[in-house]
Design a protein around this ligand. Sequence first.
Ligand code: NAD
Length: 498
Amino acid sequence: MDIGHQGLARYPHLFIGGEWVAPEDGGMMDSVDPSTGRPWATVAWGGKRDIDRAVAAARAALDGPWGRMPGHERAALLYRLADLYQARAAELAVLESRDSGRALRESRADLGAHHNWYRWFASLADKIWGRTVPMDDSVHVFTSRLPVGVVGAITPWNAPMLTTAWKLGPALATGCTVVLKPAELTPVTALELAKMIEQAGFPPGVVNVVPGYGAGGAGEYLTAHPDVDKIAFTGEGNTAKAILRTGAETLKRFSFELGGKAPHIIFADADIDQALNAATGSAWAVCGQSCALGSRVLVERPVYDRVVEAFAARAAKVRVGMPLDEATHMGPQASAEQLAKTLSYVGYGKDEGAELITGGNRLTEGAFGDGYFVQPTVFAGVTNQMRIAREEIFGPVAALIPFDGEDEAVAIANDTTYGLTAGLWSQDVGRAHRVAARIRAGIVWVNTYRYIRWTTPYGGFKASGWGRENGVEALDSYLETRTTVVSTTGRFPDAYAN
Ligand code: NAD
């Protein structure tokens, strides 16, 4: 990391075709430290010509040695990347915390695990194979699985390096090439990753990193580009719709990881203390800025008051503070916009008659100064029709909804446009299976929460997305299937013989 004359970390180059280049028609943008509201880094951003260059480099790499490289050699490069990543994870965690405001203890745990994703996808790179399709003995039919081509990877600010690993891993395992456009709020770690790509020895152009803006910027150019075969996107649903519209012209492939409004269901027969550990932890982790969090806490009526009380008590124990402070549980929101959004939802909650139990305010005193800090917040008496129960807030706001019995729990859980994650707590094994089987979500956690690994497919039903990341399923959306039919006789009937 280069420190410039104003004390800002400087990242003046894009990574294109294996080289560090100045933007051709982009410029420099500031990355703001959300704990101070002031820039801490200045970073190159790419324009249309830069995206053109990056896509051309990615295409050339696909047509070059990378395109012919056997799977075990791609695997070796991915293993090398995993080693480099693991060695630098602690340092990357600090950079991600500075960029996003996430508490260092969380970033460290998160980034400390990412090497597993690269290793997992490395282990799959030489197992990309098709099938033979038995027919009659006049033909030999087989399928082959081929890389979809040039992938535009567009990532969000809340988990920049995790969402990158989820795209880069399967893209490289399958032999695709990538142009990565990180979120404009958190571009720094993607450029650090580019250094590791270079060091690992990937051929030039296999991975290109071009920070930039979304609508009207690098993200939109990438989506519109006729030579990009697929967009792998994590972010907001409305952005996905815009991407679909732009990408429709060139009929690209898409995979989308979008938002969530997860039901976290606590039955009265649950181990309530364990359920509370999970439900409170997942209400305020990442300052509420994760798609997987259980932002709708559904509580069976006999234990409702007890759970409400415990939520308030636990909120009081959350140490809000500077992201790099080891003691901090919860840092600031990632941007002024996100803070304003959260505070506006606190207002909607009150206006619609929910009971604000604790929190709901911005913190500005002392060290909090101009940072984007907000209190952990709890609303009780929430109905599933209120905006705080229907819309993704992306702030540390728990909405506690009472219910009676399994049918009502399932009805409320599924009464949402989203379907990404869900959790349920019950010591009755039959009930756990019955309820889990009725929930329309990509992942259901039973007596646990946020168990997400490289092996566990992750993605949304309904408006939460298209396709799956992680697991072997992740490979599917980076592959095309070709069927080859070979005649064993070489004879073909003349259709016009009689
Ligand atoms: P966002 O949609 O605003 O931005 C995401 C990315 O898209 C950024 O890189 C941005 O520059 C780019 N972008 C914006 N407009 C674009 C356009 N018109 N064309 C092309 N690219 C464009 O999302 P965000 O605010 O960065 O992230 C928060 C959202 O991400 C939340 O909704 C959250 O739930 C979701 N998310 C989902 C998952 C998941 O796995 N399902 C994980 C993390 C975040």
